[in-house]
Design a protein around this ligand. Structure first.
Ligand code: ADP
Ligand code: MG
Length: 501
């Protein structure tokens, strides 16, 4: 950020809004920028008043309005750091807005730069164009490494070997410096050393308490999925595309995939398996909560999600049932929130398009009609997949997997017969049927039998029957637009037959 700051200062920007919750780190960057520019730095906060950081003189100054007045009387060409900015602008006091505008105009002509520090907030419209926002990125491995070393030194503990150190720093990626230091310290207290797994656990907790992102630990792999052969083959082929080696080779950063289809057919399962195939962490985004109640809040949310995912990258970002978050954007009656949903949606789409970090996005959806068409454009994603009801062969594979999942021997059942008996059933329904049969067996203190399964299947009405119309619509939509996840390999086209008579 320091370099950005110096560039802006040289270019004569009068107002920058440094958006971050990491005050200390941002201030260090500002200080470094002032030093490298050789310009004086004045800093103000509600509690300390106005400090000239060069001479150390302090002027009492209890509110932002007075502080802004003081700005006019200090040296030209200085940098002025104003803390507590977000909080003070909360109630959009017209007098304060006016004063800020006046001060910005003054600053521009006097070569001063106002640096407003606070967490991301929407600004009053009058200020939005006068003030440039700058996001402080989450700390990279370099800064986290400094935090780690500092803590180890003060605890009198030697550094871990380089390969362990790297794993620790990777586990801490996505945390702020304060959060990372806390996680390291906790690990020291609990285990006497710094354990990557413990740091990762603390990260999962920190992200979860933010409410939008969750680190998911999963054991699912491609072997847990029955059928979907085309999708699986594609994932294997792409498994290295997220690595540095792929960047060095010149491959573009992969965008990700959208998986559409019938509920219960293994879309979420596939998303989880993707992270295992790629060998990277899995982050789950709660799309429904992305649109936090408060206007403006959701814009801050989407930024923080993007920042965190980028800091953790390479990773898989899983957006489950994306229609719940983005559904209705731009649709009828979508304008009740002053366009916030549309803006958040736009930010997300732009990011999907122009990602500079290896974050592989896997979005799943059950209902295309609720998704805005921009989301469904093929170029947005590396691939758009359609998952249909499993065919007989796929159902056989799913029966095999489900029977083993519950610790039974698959050869004790004729899964080909079961597959025929479970026509129109999804993977989720096959699993539910097996669990029901287990209950029946357990109640009678015996193993479940094919007979139990036959009965259960006879009694259940698969979702596909009651939903046949919407499944048909989805199939129709997917034709020519999305790739069939279980499509068999198409035979190579025969060469053109020329008749050169
Ligand atoms: N193709 C499949 N192979 C193996 N298991 C499946 C398959 N499809 C569904 N299942 C089972 O059903 C459960 C629910 O599937 P899920 O992936 O959540 O469906 P979706 O996200 O498509 O609604 C899975 O956890 C798994 O146990
Ligand atoms: Mg699902």
């Amino acid at each position: 950020m320091k370099d950005q700051l110096t560039r802006y200062a040289r270019a004569g920007y009068a107002g920058l809004f440094l958006c971050t919750s990491e005050e200390v780190r941002a201030e260090a960057e500002v200080k470094a920028a002032a030093e490298s520019l050789g310009r004086p730095l004045h800093a103000w906060s509600l509690t300390t008043g106005f400090i000239d950081t060069t001479s150390g003189t302090v002027r009492d100054c209890p509110d932002l309005l007075t502080a802004l007045e003081q700005v006019e009387s200090i040296d030209d060409d200085c940098l002025v750091l104003l803390r507590d900015f977000g909080a003070l602008l909360e109630d959009r006091d017209p007098l304060l807005v006016r004063k800020l505008l006046d001060t910005l105009h003054h600053a521009k002509s006097a070569g001063k730069m106002l640096l407003l520090l606070g967490v991301w907030k929407p600004l009053p419209a009058e200020l939005e164009r006068e003030i440039t926002r700058l996001d402080l990125e989450l700390p990279g491995p370099g800064i986290l490494g400094m935090v780690l070393d500092h803590l180890l030194t003060s605890a009198g503990i030697g550094s871990p070997p380089p390969e362990i150190r790297e794993v620790i720093l990777r586990a801490a990626g996505g945390l702020t410096t304060v959060e990372a230091e806390n996680a390291f310290a906790l690990s020291l207290v609990e285990t006497g050393s710094i354990q990557p797994s413990l740091v990762a656990r603390e990260k999962a907790r920190a992200l979860k308490s933010g409410g939008l992102l969750e680190v998911i630990e999963t054991k699912e792999s491609l072997d847990s999925i029955g059928g979907l052969e085309a999708l699986k083959a594609w994932l294997i082929q792409r498994s290295e595309a997220i690595t540095q080696r792929a960047r060095d080779y010149g491959l573009p950063i992969p965008k990700g995939m959208l998986v559409l289809g019938v509920p219960g057919t293994g879309k979420s399962l596939t998303a989880k398996a993707t992270a295992s195939v790629f060998g990277v962490p899995l982050l789950k985004l709660d799309a429904g909560r992305l649109f936090g109640g408060l206007v403006g809040q959701s814009e801050a949310n989407v930024r923080s999600v993007i920042q965190t995912a980028e800091a953790i990258s390479p990773c898989v970002l899983w957006i489950d049932e994306i229609e719940k978050g983005f559904g209705g954007v731009g649709g009828s009656g979508g304008s009740t929130d002053g366009g916030t949903s549309a803006r958040v949606f736009g930010t997300m789409l732009n990011w999907l398009q122009d990602k500079t970090h290896p974050v592989f996005v896997v979005a799943t959806a059950n209902d295309v009609s609720k998704l805005p068409p921009e989301m469904l454009r093929k170029g947005r994603w590396d691939e758009l997949w359609f998952v249909d009801l499993p065919d007989t062969r796929e159902r056989t594979a799913i029966w095999d997997l489900v029977i083993e999942k519950y610790g039974r021997d698959k050869t004790a059942f004729d899964t080909v017969v079961l597959a025929r008996a479970s026509e129109l059933h999804t993977g989720a329904e096959i699993e539910a049927a097996f669990v029901e049969a287990l209950h029946r067996g357990f109640a009678e203190e015996r193993e479940p039998t094919e007979l139990d399964l036959g009965e259960v299947l006879n009694e259940s009405v698969p979702l596909a029957v009651s939903m046949s119309e919407s499944i048909e619509r989805l199939r129709h939509w997917a034709k020519g637009r999305a790739r069939h996840a279980s499509a068999k390999e198409t035979p190579p086209r025969r060469g053109r037959k020329l008749n050169l008579g």
